[in-house]
Design a protein around this ligand. Structure first.
Ligand code: NAP
Length: 344
């Protein structure tokens, strides 16, 4: 049985790791940390987990390197995670859910996030998008789990960029996220009354996921990529829908793009390419590790519109992290992760 620790176990992604791992046949959560809930039973803090973690209590260990886990998930805020990860790596392989190790270029990290206390690990960390980096993830000591918006945007664009059928300088990513994307701590901007009857764009031109998307798409395209990315806050608890626009090479047809996506993702257990004329809905991926993709080509305008839907807490965070854990541990990649979405 693989021993697993969750550092930052009381947040939304921490909860989601606990929920998913509760049914994992080959992994056992032996430690979950939280400062505010130290000493409390996991089921007391998260009543929906009653009966699944009867002996597990939140802890606040002084010494993270002594957790004794085979794999440690860090579900801490960025900036905080980097120090924790350095300690965790002394005794465990680590999957970091924060943004701290996703950006390979330190100057880019500094420009968007500020200083980095463990910069020497940036080059070692493997960007944990299984559909692209399975081989590297398998042997990694440190996996940087992708961001939620980047997961939805990158999976929507990889086939076109890999085949050089699209103009990488024309990419527009228009994304909408549920409120859990902002984390569990209370804030006026994300409180019920402030968001429940509204819908707005935020951080236009300045969202920190921009350089992550550009880095990964640039690596695929083999050239620098600069995108236009506009996130929006949807008044739902979870889900991300990204509508991605890109100019196509001359004469590329709907049929061609659809069969390209079908072939590219044919063997991927968590990417579902929809039939022509059908498009994703966040409710159809809710609480699942699926990424649904819908493809449209405006042949007159030479433009592709790809719609991508994920659950930000699952394929956008903890489900993808467990997928990475499965790869690292040599388990079948889908272990503990295949279930129909909770669509109603
Ligand atoms: N929410 C998403 O959709 C999503 C998606 C992808 C990636 N992520 C990333 O995943 C990480 C966790 O996100 P989240 O949404 O789960 O956040 P969250 O709900 O705010 O939870 C943060 C966790 O970290 C702990 N924590 C906070 N500040 C800390 C500090 N200074 N020192 C030690 N522990 C601290 C909190 O517990 P205590 O306060 O009790 O210690 C809590 O367990 C973030 O880096 C986030 O960017 C989130």
């Amino acid at each position: 049985m693989l021993k697993v620790a969750i550092v930052g176990g009381s947040g939304y992604t921490g909860f989601e790791l606990l929920r998913i791992l509760a049914l994992h046949p080959n992994a056992q959560v032996t430690e979950a940390t939280s400062r505010q809930y130290k000493g409390k039973a996991v089921a007391e803090v998260f009543p929906s987990l009653s009966g699944f973690y009867d002996r597990l209590r939140f802890s606040e260990p002084e010494d993270l390197k002594g957790l004794g886990a085979d794999i440690a998930f860090s579900a801490l805020p960025h900036g905080v995670s980097q120090g924790a990860v350095t300690e965790l790596l002394k005794s465990s392989r680590v999957i970091d859910l924060s943004a701290d190790f996703r950006i390979r270029d330190l100057s880019v990290y500094r420009a968007w996030y500020g200083d980095h206390a463990s910069a020497e690990l940036l080059k070692e960390a493997v960007y944990g998008l299984p559909e692209l980096k399975r081989k590297e993830i398998k042997g990694a000591r440190l996996v940087a789990n992708p961001g939620c918006y980047p997961t939805s945007a990158i999976l929507a664009l990889v086939p076109l960029l890999k085949e050089k059928l699209a103009d990488a300088s024309s990419i527009i990513v228009d994304s909408k996220s549920g409120v859990s994307g902002a984390g569990r701590s209370a804030a006026l901007d994300t409180s019920f009354v402030e968001v429940s009857h509204g819908f707005k764009a935020y951080k236009i031109g300045s969202h920190r996921h921009t350089p992550e998307i550009e880095q990964e798409l640039g690596a695929i395209a083999g050239a620098e990529v600069s995108i236009t990315f506009t996130p929006h806050l949807l008044p739902v608890s979870r889900g991300i829908l990204s509508t991605v626009y890109v100019d196509l090479a001359k004469g590329v047809s709907m049929k061609e793009v659809l069969s390209l996506y079908r072939a590219f993702y044919e063997k991927e257990p968590f990417v579902r390419v929809m039939d022509e004329g059908r498009f994703p809905d966040i409710s159809q991926v809710r609480a699942s590790n699926f990424c649904d993709l819908g493809v449209f080509v405006d042949e007159k305008k030479g433009k592709a519109i790809i719609v991508s839907a994920i659950d930000n807490l699952v394929k956008g965070a903890s489900g993808q992290a467990v997928q990475n854990m499965n790869i690292m541990a040599g388990f079948p990649e889908t272990t503990g992760l295949i279930a129909p979405p909770v669509s109603i």
